[in-house]
Design a protein around this ligand. Structure first.
Ligand SMILES: [Zn+2]
Length: 754
């Protein structure tokens, strides 16, 4: 770099660690990991003249200072908000969250997490509802978002890949080691404490908190069996009071072996040493372990190990364990019996255990962890793309003559397709092994949120009764049931699921490994991870390829479609939905004036917006001369089925009985029927609305007529009153005269009276 040595280069930002859920003595086996990694990270940073930043709860500050003496420690109360704002103020090169989840999840700096196991995915019944919900809500996004995931066994690494579909390259296994105490001789204090316990001479030892997966129940059943031949053998248990040990002890009483079971409560590590050393063996019958540290502790103490065949136990115990099926008390009892009778076996297992213990070291583990964290802080750049062939400049059709259309698009003068005036570079469509790239996991986690598309969980529900059923109704008319269908760009997998439900042998293809895994986990459907060329064995094996809202994203639609067509049988059908620029002579301004729904199809990832004619031309160019236009679900889309040979049409009378042959098919048919009913009701509702509108119009006309008549009537009335008034006015002088005439004759009468 030019700036090197000038003293102008930017200093390297320190690493931040989130220990917000750290509580000394209450986080189980992870505490051992934290106690080794954090001091090492603290030394690593201070050795480079930086200060490690550690977030913790206020009441844990002193405990954290003990393991990170040079670090800057920031107390954070109950929410991750403080962490977010702190990280926004001061730059850091990595946020390391060793306590399982990435928090805050949406931090802009690279993240690293440590996940010991995915027990909740295998034994959800062992978790309180709140904890299960929390794990399900946080583990997957954390694993996806983190640049690197540290874990503690190959077993857990495999389960993370299987359950969450991320690349195994992103997961680093740290080989844990037993604490130093177990490598040192037993102290006099511990020996004295041990004598105080006054334990029977022959006992098996099981240090484990009373969680259900620790499987105390079957160990007690095994002991009951063993006691029939060896009544002198006992079982010694240690572990904290939470969860409550009482049910296990009650069970021992119910089995009649209460006197053979000794529970010592929580015991200091130092005192565990003689408990291991004097035991006949460790009876490690757990059903699920991310690592199973007691196995390593036993190896260090020279204690032979009976281990469960479950989870990581075989990996950790290797050739130094006597393995049992933890679900079979008889098998556990048989192994215990072997330990009681066969000293040579115990000695051999002790010897092998010592060798395995010597093979592990915290120094090496720390070095691996630091290297992984540094790699996460400075990820390799995306490899330069290697274009297969030069992408044609201009339109997909080869023409380069175009006219301006909108701020983003030009219109091809030859085929009237709209295309981005400055299309993205080829690497735009690349997704790397960390699931990075435009169509990597961020397309689903962030981009869709930014463009206000509903999240994939919601779409995985709402697409099913809507577009998926619609697509299926057309697929059934074009592709016989039972055929193999590949859906490219299957996203959350709901359509693959529906096709399989109906009876197609459907498979999805997705670019993001994470979303592929989401689809697999959500709908239990097979989803391949692009590029399709990874699966040469599938060439020519599909009877139909479905591409819904896909080809508008292709940088070179001809080349990219041809790649997929190698996987289609010669008579196979291609079913496409893509936006339709329905009246290609219209201008952008006209569309805006009428608020056309097509406007929303202008997106930076929509490279080509075809019209009906240009889609047909495109299909013809790749040899699909039979093209049937199907009614599109939305006004701004087009929906076609095409074939290189003759297109077929299948009537409902043909496919409906087939759907009814299998239970799942009946469910698919029910969805189709529901959709048909829905359409009938919608149509009826629309008709009624139209009738209502017509009635409203008629009513308005009638009212107007009535109003006019009323006006006329009022006019007549007014005229009547005028006339009447005029008549009255004319009559008035006559009356006056008459009154005068009537009064005159009275006077002579009065005179007469006079
Ligand atoms: Zn063109």
């Amino acid at each position: 770099m030019q700036t090197k040595g000038t003293g102008m280069e930017r200093p390297i930002d320190p690493i931040a660690v989130n220990l917000r859920s750290f509580v000394k003595g209450a986080i189980g086996g992870l505490e051992e990991v934290v106690a080794h990694l954090i001091p090492a990270l603290d030394r690593h940073e201070s050795g480079q003249g930086r200060k490690l930043l550690v977030f913790c709860q206020p009441n844990q500050e002193d405990n954290v200072r003990q393991i990170a003496s040079s670090a800057e420690i920031v107390s954070i109360q109950n929410t991750p908000e403080g962490i977010r704002s702190h990280l926004m103020e001061t730059p850091h090169r990595l946020l390391f969250c060793p306590l399982m989840v990435l928090e805050p999840i949406d931090s802009s700096i690279p993240g690293a997490i440590l996940i010991p196991d995915l027990q909740h995915e295998y034994f959800p019944q062992y978790f309180a509802p709140g904890v299960l919900r929390w794990r399900r809500a946080n583990f997957w996004p954390s694993v996806v978002r983190a640049r690197i995931v540290l874990t503690i066994s190959e077993f857990t690494r495999t389960t993370i890949v299987e359950k969450y579909g991320i690349s195994p390259d992103k997961i680093v296994v740290l080989d844990l080691d037993a604490a130093r105490t177990f490598k040192l001789p037993c102290t006099p204090r511990a020996e004295a404490a041990f004598r105080e316990f006054r334990l029977p001479a022959a006992y098996f030892f099981y240090p484990a908190n009373f969680w259900p997966h620790k499987n105390h129940a079957n160990l007690l059943r095994a002991l009951q069996i063993l006691r029939k031949t060896n009544p002198e053998v006992a079982l010694v248990l240690t572990g904290s009071e939470v969860p409550d040990p009482a049910p296990v002890l009650r069970m021992a009483a119910d089995l009649g072996i209460a006197d053979a079971v000794r529970y010592l409560g929580h015991v200091d590590r130092e005192i565990l040493v003689p408990l291991y050393q004097h035991a006949l063996g460790l009876s490690f019958v757990s059903q699920f372990e991310g690592c199973g540290l007691p196995i390593l502790e036993a190896f260090n103490c020279g204690t032979p190990v009976i281990a469960s065949r479950a989870a990581s136990c075989p990996e950790i115990a290797g050739d130094a364990g006597l393995f049992v099926d933890s679900a079979q008390p008889g098998e556990i009892a048989a192994a215990m019996f072997q330990f009681v009778r066969d000293d040579a076996l115990r000695e051999e297992l002790k010897r092998r255990g010592k060798l395995r213990a010597a093979d592990r070291s915290w120094e090496r583990t720390i070095a691996v962890a630091l290297q992984a964290l540094e790699a996460a802080a400075n990820p390799p750049r995306l490899a330069a793309p290697t274009p297969q062939r030069a992408r044609p400049a201009g339109c997909w059709c080869g023409a380069t003559d175009s006219e301006p259309f909108s701020p983003e698009y030009v219109r091809c003068k030859s085929c009237l397709t709209l295309y981005l005036s400055s299309p993205p570079a080829d690497e735009f469509t690349r997704v790397d092994e960390f699931d990075r790239g435009f169509y990597g996991v961020d397309y689903w986690l962030s981009h869709q949120k930014n463009v206000h598309d509903p999240p994939r969980e919601e779409r995985a529900r709402t697409d099913l009764p809507e577009r998926n059923v619609y697509w299926l109704s057309h697929l059934l008319r074009r592709v016989p049931l039972g055929k193999r269908v590949l859906e490219i760009g299957c996203a959350h997998g709901s359509f693959v699921a529906l096709m399989r439900q109906a009876g197609y042998d459907a498979v999805g293809l997705e670019m993001s490994t994470t979303i592929a895994a989401f689809a697999q986990a959500t709908f239990d459907v097979p989803v391949l991870v692009a590029p399709i060329d990874r699966y040469p064995e599938l060439r020519g094996s599909f009877d139909a390829i479905v591409a819904m809202d896909v080809i508008e994203h292709f940088l070179d639609p001809i080349a990219e479609l041809c790649r997929y067509l190698e996987f289609l049988s010669p008579e196979g059908a291609l079913i496409i939905q893509t936006p339709c620029f329905r009246n290609p002579a219209r201008s952008w301004e006209e569309l805006k004036r009428v608020g056309d729904a097509f406007l929303a199809q202008s997106k930076p990832e929509h490279i080509f917006l075809l019209n009906e004619d240009s889609l047909r031309r495109l299909l013809n160019q790749i040899g699909f001369n039979e093209v049937a236009v199907l009614p599109a679900l939305y006004s701004y889309d087009q929906f076609v089925v095409a074939s290189r040979q003759k297109l077929i049409a299948i009537e409902p009378e043909e496919y409906e009985p087939k759907l009814m042959e299998i239970p799942k098919g009946r469910m698919a048919l029910a969805l189709l029927d529901g959709s048909t009913l829905c359409n009938i009701y919608r149509k009826a509702a629309e008709e009624r609305l139209m009738a209502l509108n017509a009635a409203t119009v008629e009513c308005t006309v009638l009212r107007k007529a009535a109003d006019e008549r009323l006006t006329a009537l009022n006019a007549v009335t007014a005229a009547y009153h005028l006339v009447r008034k005029a008549i009255e006015e004319r009559r008035a002088p006559h009356r006056q005269g008459r009154r005068e005439n009537e009064e005159k004759p009275a006077r002579p009468a009065a005179d007469t009276v006079k």
